[in-house]
Design a protein around this ligand. Sequence first.
Ligand code: LLP
Length: 424
Amino acid sequence: MIFFTMRQNVLHVENVSLVDIAQRYGTPCYVYSRAALRFAAQEFQDAFHAQNTLICYSVKVNSNIAILNEFARLGFGFDIVSGGELARVLAAGGDARKVVFSGVGKTVEEMEAALNAGIKCFNLESAAEMEALATTAQRLGKQAPISFRINPDVDPKTHPYISTGLRENKFGIPLKDAHPLYRRARQMSSLRVVGIDMHIGSQITDIAPYREAAQKLVTLLDVLEKDGIALEHVDIGGGLGVRYRDDDHPPAIADFAAMCREIFSERHEQLILEPGRRLVAEAGILLTQILYLKPGEPRSFAIVDGAMNDLFRPALYQAWHPVHQVTITNVSDQTRLWNIVGPICESADFLAQDRQLALRQGELLAIGVAGAYGMAMSSNYNSRPRVCEVMVDNNQIFEIRKRETVASLFSEERIPSDKNQNAC
Ligand code: LLP
C-alpha cells in the first residue's frame, strides 16, 4: 500500500485526499493509484527483461478500459476468457497479436471474433473444443494458432475455489492425453500448433507448486520435440499471490523469474505469463462510508454503504481485506471488535469481521488491496447500481467509470402486455 499514505491524519492516494474523492464522487467508490499500477508492471518487466517473455495481463481481474489501456501502453499482452474481454482489449488499444484466449467454454461466436481479430493463441482445454475451433477456422478460411492447457495435477495450496491445476478440477487436459492430442492437432490443416499452457491457481504464495508443474511441462516439451512437434511458446499462466495481511508472504517476482530462468534455461521457446492480481490488487481500495453503528452482544456491526455486491471476495471466499480509517480524529476513543457489514439482506454480506477499531458514524473507511477481483466481480444484487471508479495520477483525478443510475438497472426489462398478440 505504498501509494496510499496517511498525511495530517487523512489517508491519501498519491497526492489526493480520500476525503476529497468521497466529497466529489460519493461512496462507495473504487479508487486506483496509477503509480501503483505502473510500479507493479515495472516490477514484472524488470524481473523478466533478460528472458524472451510476453506478459499478458489477465483481463478478468479488473477489466476497466483505462486499466487495460495502461498495460497496453506499457507493451503488455492480454489473457482473455470471453468475447466481451476481447472487445474491451481492442477498445482499450490493446494489440490482438498479443492476446491469448483461455477458458473451457469458448463459443463458436467467440472463436470467430478472435480469429477475425488475429489473436496470438487459443489455449484449448479439450479435444471437443479443438474440433470446434478447427471447423470454425476452416469455415473462415483461416488457420488458428493453438496451444493445449495442461492440467499438471499439482496442488497450488490455495483456496479450493481458486485451485485449477488438480486432476479433479474442470481445467486443462491430463498430461497423459497431451501427446496424442498434439499429434491430432498437427494433422489438422486449419490449426497451427504454437504453444503449451498451464494455470494452476490463484493467490499462490509458494513457488514450489509452480516449479513442480513447470518441470512437468518441460518433460512434455522434450517428448513433443522428439516427435518433431516444436513449439514457439510456453505459457505458465498467472496466480502469483499478494499480501492481504501481514502473515501472507507471497514470493518476490524476482525469485519467481529466477525459478523460470532455471527451469527453462535450456529451452528456446518464448515464455508467456498471465498475471492479474499481482498487477492490480494493491493499486486499489474500496472507499465506503459508515451509515450506522450497531454496537451489541455478542457482535457489534458497523453498517457501511458498500456491500457484498461491490466486493464479493469476503462473502465468497472468506477473504480478508485490510480496513483503514480514512481520518484519525481522536486516538483516545474506545475500541471494540466490529464486523463491517453492508446493507444487503444476507448474513454473508460482510466486508470484514472482528476488527478492533474505534469507529464513528459517518466516517470513511478504505477497504484495502481491492484492485483485483473487486469491481470485476461486482453485481447489481438488491438493485444496487454498480459504483464509480476513479484513478489518481499524482494530484489529478480521473473518473474512469461513472456510477450506474438506478434507471439503467431496469432499462432493458419489459413488462409483457396483457394481450397475447405481440408475444413471440
Ligand atoms: N490465467 C488464467 C487462465 C486464469 O484463470 C486466471 C485467474 C489468471 C490467469 C490470473 O490469475 P491471478 O494472477 O490473478 O491469480 N476471483 C478469485 C480469483 C479467481 C482466479 C481466476 N483465474 C479471487 O477473487 O480470489
